[in-house]
Design a protein around this ligand. Sequence first.
Ligand code: APR
Length: 265
Amino acid sequence: MADGSASLPEDLRAAAGALLASRTPVVLTGAGISHESGIPTFRDAQTGLWAQFDPQALATPRAFRRDPKLVWDWYEFRRGLIAEAQPNPGHFALARLETLLPGLVVITQNIDGLHHAAGSRDVITLHGDIHRNKCGANCQGDPTPVDIRLLDWDRASGPPRCPHCGAFVRPDVVWFEEALPPAALERAYRLSERADVMLVVGTSGVVHPAASLPLIAKERGAAIIEVNPQPSAITPITDWHLAGPSGAVLPQLVAAVEASGPGKR
Ligand code: APR
């Protein structure tokens, strides 16, 4: 590749070449890509009042039925943590990659909305988005979005009521014991089956069904590129494991794709 990227590590150059040559690239991201935006992972977020609670005991339909105010207040606390967070260079690099590789889709397990904030346009949010809310009974269809900015209620009392049916409003995120949004999951499966390259960023690869997507892509012959400072459950099936923080590695990877882009081979 006569583009001055000779100083890049060979595996990064090779991975960039695979992305440039791909026709059906797809990206899968996890909590790690938001680590450098200062967002604690799901389990690290438990501080102060919330330190006494197990997050997996709060993020369930049963917990919300039992104590809607407790669960709602916990999400309001987490929304506060995320409100300060900004996309980091890793998010911006993926948004840039989408302009270089038309048709690129980002499948994310994250609920922080940072891919959209960074400018990525085609994002599948497998576990929902903490900024969105919906009717707890999905009374108008699954999901029934509710914009709480339009509602007037006593915020100290916990969640507002759905304006259509009166059920409690809840965050539009996937809880433990809940199915993932069918349309999002079906599209993620289809894209993984058709992928010729999958870029996997910042996921431990242990939470299914998201963790099965790289396996599906691999079985169909895709090349797997992983960006993660640590090995993960995905590492054994990767063609390239770029070991480093995504905020540093992704800008280099995308710059190498751009430097070798159309007309520069
Ligand atoms: N850059 C890239 N990867 C990183 C970085 C970084 N700066 N920092 C940490 N990581 C990696 C870790 O090495 C780990 O492999 O990110 C991964 C985070 O793993 P998890 O915390 O398990 O996050 P994730 O894989 O997204 O979890 C899946 O489980 O917590 C639930 O529903 C929640 O969507 C989440 C799901």
